[in-house]
Design a protein around this ligand. Structure first.
Ligand SMILES: *[C@@H]1O[C@H](CO)[C@@H](O)[C@H](O)[C@H]1NC(C)=O
Ligand SMILES: *[C@@H]1O[C@H](CO)[C@@H](O)[C@H](O)[C@H]1NC(C)=O
Ligand SMILES: *[C@@H]1O[C@H](CO)[C@@H](O)[C@H](O)[C@H]1NC(C)=O
Length: 541
């Protein structure tokens, strides 16, 4: 008699287990998740790889992945330079789970994607034999190293691969770039075509903006290992601004080592703002899920209503001080105006050359205190190309913003008070409005740029962003719609996508790399003109 009872129980258990349905092309949304991930800090490369792989496979097997269509892990949190892997060519539709010619970790993740029936995006250090490639695309050693995104489909097949185009800092020593950045896209069985790129790529036109502007890609996968910088380039601030201004869905997964400046991930639905986003003070591995509205079905979708808590003026509010943050040295070139410690009204125009920013706003006194430190505010304006992105590549920027400083000195702007300092909000902003007219350019992205004391951008319900296109410029305004007491940055940040090259202090054979190429063309163009000029002068004599 025991047997039927067991069978019934087993059947009950099986039938109450939720069966997950994958999203269909006709569904207005799809189910996505990103992982903010703490990479192993074990002593050896091999131990780190083992621990990272174990943590990833555990997440993929967990119920947090139930019902997902697509899952994204961050950049550089799996293998490293000592443990490179070959990656199959996506054209060959190879499943490493079935063809074990690849590193064990790649095979394992391919099998994990297949077993959970999901699309899975990871980032690896790739090795590639390149003797058959174009000479400019092959390292002298015959072996290239790339920072590479790999996408598996639901059967574990590698269907897309992207090699990072804009390397960061010391990556230039040991990583190759293709002479021409590739545009990596892939189609899914739920009717969405994704494009992908990596980390620092977000600040450049090719391929990031090209995917959106030229291929009309509406959904982006973005593994990153971001180094946050104040006032304008903290992780979530940039991710949300980029997704907003391009009006695309963005799945951004960051590594989580906050003391080292790395944290901040989210899922963003373009002009609808963030669906979910986090930034951490302590290393945190977390899966963030969202039901993402497909761009083609947006009209049938209403964003979840988030009720902002009522603003209550408070002298002390939570702030993050244990996240490592870089300082943007470009600010030293900007035209700036320091505001009085106790200003209550702003009505100012600040110009950098012909480019002017208008500022208006009001502050209300909360309460005074001699024991608390307070930020100073500066109004800043800039339009030019003497700037860089984090001292790595040239940039061309247009900026109108109000930023914070820890004292009256410009060099303290873009810094936060260290841990242990008690910071007081002696005033709060009732209103704040920043406007500027940004010159037209073929390549341009104008982003709202805001960040508060928790290193998060304001949510879309807290400000209004308006753009009006004119003959030769676009008038842009950003204005608070709710009071705010702990702003660190509030303004408009326009990237004009500098086309200046850089040599990254590399030796001449490496100058063929994509980043240097534009500069090389310019130098040879210049030489040609000099030669022509000399010949003509000699001829005329
Ligand atoms: C992108 O969209 C534009 C405008 O709708 C269209 O003209 C263009 O052909 C599209 N490009 C691609 C690659 O689909
Ligand atoms: C912001 O200020 C400009 C004038 O500089 C004005 O035209 C615009 O309407 C203001 N926006 C808001 C939301 O108050
Ligand atoms: C060449 O340099 C000039 C400025 O020196 C710049 O405006 C232009 O975009 C550069 N051209 C290329 C192809 O990089």
């Amino acid at each position: 008699m025991g047997v039927p009872i067991w069978t019934t129980l087993l059947l009950l258990v099986l039938s109450t287990r939720k069966s997950w349905q994958i999203s269909l092309p006709s569904d207005p949304t799809y189910q996505a998740a990103i992982v903010e991930f703490v990479p192993s800090q074990a002593a050896t490369s091999k131990m780190r790889l083992k621990e990272n792989l174990a943590a990833m496979t555990e997440i993929i097997a967990s119920d947090q992945v139930d019902g997902l269509d697509i899952l994204v892990f961050p950049e550089y949190v799996l293998n490293n330079m000592d443990m490179k892997t070959y990656v199959p060519d996506p054209n060959d539709k190879i499943s490493p789970c079935e063809t074990t010619n690849y590193d064990y970790f790649l095979t394992t993740l391919s099998c994990a994607a297949r077993s959970r029936n999901i699309y899975l995006a990871i980032n690896v250090v790739e090795k590639q034999l390149c003797a058959d490639s174009l000479p400019e695309d092959c390292d002298e050693s015959g072996m290239n190293t790339y920072n590479t995104n790999v996408v598996f489909d639901r059967r574990g097949r590698v269907i897309s691969r992207y090699r990072k185009s804009h390397l960061y800092r010391y990556e230039w020593y040991n990583t190759n770039v293709l002479s021409k950045p590739e545009l990596a896209t892939f189609e899914t069985d739920f009717g969405v075509t994704f494009g992908h790129f990596i980390c620092f790529d977000m600040l450049f036109y090719e391929p990031a903006l090209m995917l959106v502007k030229e291929l009309n890609i509406t959904d982006i996968i973005y593994p990153t290992y971001w180094f946050s910088e104040l006032p304008f380039l903290t992780s979530v601030q940039l991710q949300e601004g980029w997704a907003y201004s391009n009006d695309v869905n963005l799945l951004a997964a960051d590594s989580s080592l906050p003391a080292m400046q790395n944290t901040g991930s989210g899922i963003y639905a373009g002009k609808f703002g963030r669906l979910t986003a986090v930034i951490h003070e302590e290393p945190t591995t977390v899966v963030l899920r969202a039901e993402v509205p497909k761009v083609a079905y947006r009209s049938q979708w209403s964003p979840p209503t988030t009720v902002q808590p009522m603003f209550v003026p408070k002298l002390e509010t939570p702030r993050f001080s244990r996240i490592g943050l870089l300082r943007d040295y470009n600010v030293d070139l900007f035209t700036t105006k320091l505001l009085d410690e106790d200003f209550t009204d702003i009505s100012e125009k600040v110009c950098h050359g012909q480019f002017c920013c208008q500022f208006s706003g009001k502050r209300t006194f909360i309460s005074g205190s001699n024991t608390l430190s307070a930020y100073r505010y500066r109004l800043v304006a800039y339009d030019g190309s003497e700037t860089t992105f984090q001292q790595i590549d040239p940039s061309e920027l247009g900026v109108c913003a109000i930023i914070t400083c820890t004292n009256a000195d410009l060099s303290s702007c873009g810094r936060i008070f260290p841990e242990g300092v008690r910071v007081g909000n002696k005033y709060y902003f009732n209103s704040l409005n920043v406007t500027g007219s940004f010159r037209h350019a073929e390549r341009r992205l104008i982003m709202p740029s805001t960040v508060d004391a928790r290193i998060m951008p304001l949510s879309l319900s807290q400000f209004e962003f308006e753009e009006i296109d004119g003959d030769s410029s676009t008038w842009v305004s950003i204005a608070l719609t709710t009071p705010n007491a702990d702003l660190l940055t509030f303004g408009i940040y326009a990237n004009y996508y500098s086309q200046q090259g850089t040599r990254h202090n590399l030796d001449p054979p490496n100058w063929q790399s994509g980043a240097y190429r534009t500069a090389a063309i310019n130098v040879s163009g210049g030489l040609l003109i000099v030669v022509l000029y000399l010949s003509i002068t000699i001829f005329l004599k």
